[in-house]
Design a protein around this ligand. Sequence first.
Ligand code: BMA
Length: 828
Amino acid sequence: DLGGSWEFHMAGQKKWYPAHVPGCVHTDLLAAGLIPDPFYRTNERDLQWIDKVDWEYKKTFTPGEDLLSRERVRLVFQGLDTYARVYLNGALLIRADNMFRTWSADCRPFLRKGPNTILVRFRSPVSEDLPKRLDLGYQLPGPGWGWIGGLGKLGISMFARKAQYQYGWDWGPRLVTSGIWRPVRLEGWDRARMESVQYLVRSLTPKEARLTARVEVRGTRPGKALLSILVQGTDLPAFTREIDLAEGTGTCSLDLAIPRPRLWWTNGLGEPHIYTLEAVLSGEGRILERRSTRIGLRTLRLVRKKSMGGKSFYFELNGIPLYCKGADWIPADSFPSRVTPGKYEFLVKSAAAAHMNMLRVWGGGIYENDLFYDLCDRYGILVWQDFMFACALYPGDAPFVENATREAAQNVKRLRNHPCLALWCGNNEMDAVLGPWGWMKDFDPEIRKKITADYDRIFHLVLPKVVSACDPTRPYWPSSPLADWGVHTSLQARSGDYHYWGVWHGKAMFESFRDNVGRFMSEYGFQSFPLLDTVSRFSTREDWNIDSEVMKAHQRSGIGNERIRWYMSKYYKVPRRFDHFLYLSQVLQAEGMKIGMETYRRAKPFCMGSIYWQLDDCWPVASWSSIDYFGKWKALQYFARKAYAPLLVSPCEEKGRLLVHAVSDLTKPVTGTLRMEILDFRGPSLWSREVPAEIPSNGSLPLFHVEKKEILAGKDPRRILFHAALVSKGKTLAENVHYFMKVKDLDLPRPKCSFSVKAAKGGVEVRLESPVLAKNVHLYLQKGSAFFEDDFFDLLPGRPVTVRARTALSPEAFEKRLRLLTVWDTLD
Ligand code: BMA
């Protein structure tokens, strides 16, 4: 491992500073005290010089005897960002131009006994790509945040095979970094080594799983070797065969069988069982290499068949039609090298806690670290994997296409053994850029033809070819979405994945989710602000106004503040206080998205996926995320946990009627009672009804309906709520509330919440109660922090609830610091 401490400086300078590998220029400059925190206030603007200069990294190391005694030694960089030249003891070994590729070189002849020096020179991505843009003579469509970096309207991001979000996004700063962003090592070997191991499940029955291992072996000269595969944790004997070695790389196969296989299931359906297989290569009487791979045994099929006036789009897992619930994933930091394993685990665990079973790795970020996919394997979360192209059009010259092809092949090979990996998707929204968004209309026809041909080559020829060659069992889907919201024809919406942005971008009310249901929702979303404790980490008190310069610098959507305020004024009374506004923005987002999430679940099986935009943030910002940069669950994350529960009861209004649906993702039917009630906010129950409920497995159906006129007769809709609960054997399996008016029109009473706190495992238990309705109760601590298991919920009159909180505080200290905020408190 050549990671750890290195030195770096701006090219041409004398003095070197300490650096850390993996890392990047920005984090190294920050650690050396040479720049202020790029996320603080408007510091981003002053740091734009960093991408205009070249940087050098160096390290001196002494290889051990063992390494020097090897026949071959290879220098491997798992990630160089981006335009880099690598020198070992002065000899140029690698010229890199793609952040997403692994770069390696045989370096045995250049290695010395004693100290060796490795130098990596990073050329400025701006100096490298600006000439390409100028030579082209026209601007390829793209997101266009270049003005922040002093480039005016010149967009250059599409020329670089580098994380696109770093050039600025509508939730991300423009911080274009460079560096050795993934591990680097020397690999010594003799005789032969495995270049790759692929496990293909050929057949899977309760009796037996049959697999084929395909191993690429590289030899130094012709001869014989032995390949064995061990299934760890079982008493199965090793599967073994003799193989021929050549000088160079060859492929060999080995069949294996696992009796009574334990399957890999997604979160909510069962255990995501993992098998560890070890491939062992031996020759000349010794072990040459061992390689462990964790796999899962499952069948996963993307089912596309004519149905319901279009074409289905759903996954079938081990024979069961799977409703996908989840969110879109963006890199968890502007500087991906500093995302800790703990942060990865927290985010994936948070997704699982909200009953998600799919994350979509969006194409403007990175092919994630191995750890991310390991975690998704372990938590039973499928990954929809975009190739890294988003919201732009890309050059089509031969070197670019070649570079993209190698990038695709390497990443497909790296990730294909993960059971979590569900689908390869060509890009994010490029189909929309070419068509519906109208970004192409000003080009002259010749250029338009060329751009379209370039698009077709990569996304309809090259990438599907790579997938079918390297990962033949996974589906390839050219672009997400197939149908964009603005101009979709009803056939498209009935046939593929769908990004619905009428809410937010199109200023449609939340209720419009109901008229915009696709077969698989791969994006829809709404923004909110992080709460004050997060805001105060990047701002000072004088910035605490959403239109201040600093807050605007942390709101990257040009329409963002205006949209939030507009929607808020439609549904709520807009509060004057800053902290109340932040809180209410989260309530607005969560309640609005609740309508979307529940609509898309009720629409099962026509609609078989609800993936909302977006799970996480890459810095502290106003955004569509449900978890903020510092890991605080926003109201939306709590609401997702309820809307995505395996069993959902969902009331809604339709054509003058109130309907109550049940949606089940369970594999067994449920029998129980639907208990309904109308409560006055101030306590009394005004109406109640019970009906028997038979809910089939894996389905959605209405359980009850009534004319609104009938149920509301003689009641004041401003003062009542409808509560529905699914009860079986005395246990509440699911519950939900519905209001008949927008919150701004409700006659909310002043809550009189009381609470008591007692010790519980890992923290405390808070018992809350109010004689009158308390709407969207937010729990927080005056000082210090805690993780609340539930938050932003409606506390119904006279119905106490218990909420657990993880904290290190004693119950007494906790009780002293506990504070509550409700919608009523934000009314001036
Ligand atoms: C979608 C995404 C992102 C963007 C989001 C919000 O189209 O693919 O590009 O951040 O909308 O505008």
